[in-house]
Design a binder for this molecule. Structure first.
Ligand SMILES: Cc1cc2nc3c(=O)[nH]c(=O)nc-3n(C[C@H](O)[C@H](O)[C@H](O)COP(=O)(O)O)c2cc1C
Length: 222
């Protein structure tokens, strides 16, 4: 028998909501922390990747495509086609640490809430819930319909962590990437993965703004 401990990945599901930079930041944060990742990219997410990144994500060339998206090596990543309902994460006996759906479309939110399992992303999320493993969902839509709100509540009651893509501004962000990293940091905090993506709240009002040379308020005065 092998003494090596079994691979225990985080499943990352990228669905077709706007917000592919959030997925990139979470994937990067997990890999930087030395975590293993099982990646599922929905069919609709291929459209947002084309739209937001200019990337055609292909199952057959996932390593090349993921490498150029993340701008780094993809060691530690196992990729599964969203159409592959026989894939590892489709079963509870396949051990994972849990799952992050980032970004989560309202369609994914609905499908997971009702256990639709129309593709591997939704099935893996359903498995994560039934196995009582951590499930973090990062919905991206605005405004919300009543139906989406009901699905979000269902997911909350089922134990998922709902972490909307709504970055805070108390860190005095100087770039879009810092806003993106704010959400990735919240995701990584929620699943207990260490990172240094953000400067944490110090308890002192205005400290982050002063650290940045007060440029935020200077801009506001112009
Ligand atoms: C460019 C583009 C951007 C989209 N942005 C959003 C979005 O922000 N939120 C959302 O819920 N759906 C969005 N959609 C619609 C979803 O992609 C669509 O509902 C799809 O069925 C989701 O499928 P999936 O959950 O399997 O990925 C967008 C679609 C496209 C093509």
């Amino acid at each position: 028998m092998s003494s090596e401990s079994p691979r225990r990945p985080w499943v990352v599901g990228v669905s077709g909501a706007s917000g592919t930079p959030y997925a990139r930041a979470v994937l990067t944060g997990l890999l930087d922390a030395g975590e293993e990742v099982d990646l599922v990219v929905s069919r609709a997410a291929r459209l947002t990747l084309i739209d937001e990144v200019g990337l055609s994500f292909r199952d057959a060339y996932w390593q090349d495509d993921l490498g150029s998206w993340l701008g780094r090596d993809t060691q530690g990543v196992r990729y599964w086609s969203a159409a592959d309902l026989g894939a590892g994460p489709a079963s509870g006996s396949y051990l994972t640490r849990g799952m992050v759906v980032v970004p989560a479309s309202t369609a994914a939110v609905a499908g997971i809430a009702i256990g639709l399992s129309k593709d591997l992303l939704q099935r893996a999320a359903d498995v994560t819930l039934k196995e009582r493993r951590p499930l973090v969902i990062v919905p991206r839509e605005t405004p919300y319909t009543r139906s989406t709100l009901q699905h979000l509540l269902t997911l909350h009651d089922a134990g998922a962590i709902l972490l909307p893509a709504s970055p805070g501004f108390y860190g005095a962000p100087q770039s879009v990437q810092q806003l993106v990293d704010f959400i990735a940091a919240k995701v990584l905090d929620a699943i207990g993965v260490e990172h240094d993506l953000i400067t944490r709240w110090s308890g002192e009002l205005g400290a982050a703004r002063r650290d940045h040379g007060d440029s935020a308020s200077a801009g506001a005065r112009k």
